[in-house]
Design a protein. Structure first.
Length: 188
């Protein structure tokens, strides 16, 4: 980063980096002891400009409801994934999360029927990570739906119908990539 940055930008970068999730402008104001959310927004915009000017693989992304996150640009995720210490979610919980996101709101027992008894452990993990909310449904039923943090973390719309369209497109793209890999392996 450029050496001319002030201390507020360095502290902002540290807070956003360490959080690993979107933060509200209000939270940034409180932690950095800024005057107001407008000052916080100006700092986040400036940090984003610095990343852009430096050609950084990181970006400052502004999300709905005045939330901000530092994240890796999508062009670099495939390369970075190879060096990641361990994924946030293993395949099982990730599939359970995908099932919940695509079918939400959905009863917990329906997820367990579709995904097997291990789904209860997956759901517990997803709730702890803040990706899924569990609410009371009719009787003893528990309804599951994804959180705004889930949408923000994956860069998806918070609107359920838009999210479903985005997921359908993502699943189709992943299936296509998988089929292309299989074809390449056959040719070898």
């Amino acid at each position: 980063m450029s050496s001319g940055r002030d201390d507020r930008l360095a502290r902002l970068e540290a807070v956003l980096y360490a959080s690993g999730r979107p933060l509200s402008l209000a939270t940034i104001v409180a932690h950095l002891r800024l005057e107001n959310e407008q000052e916080a927004k100006q700092l986040t915009l400036r940090l984003g400009e610095i990343y852009e000017q430096d050609g950084s693989p990181l970006e400052v992304r502004h999300l709905p409801e005045d939330r901000v996150v530092i994240q890796l640009k999508t062009d670099y995720t495939r390369e970075a994934r190879k060096f990641s210490i361990r994924p946030l979610l293993t395949a099982g919980p990730l599939r359970t999360l995908s099932y919940i996101a695509y079918n939400q709101p959905i009863e917990q027992r329906e997820v367990a029927i579709a995904r097997g008894s291990q789904a209860y452990q997956h759901i517990k993990q997803l709730v702890q990570l803040g990706f899924v909310d569990r609410e009371k449904g009719k009787g003893r039923a528990k309804l599951l739906k994804t959180t705004d943090d889930f949408a923000d973390t994956l860069g998806l719309s918070r609107d359920r119908s838009n999210m479903k369209r985005q997921l359908r497109s993502l699943f189709h793209r992943l299936e296509t990539e998988d089929l292309q890999k299989q074809e390449k392996q056959k040719d070898l």
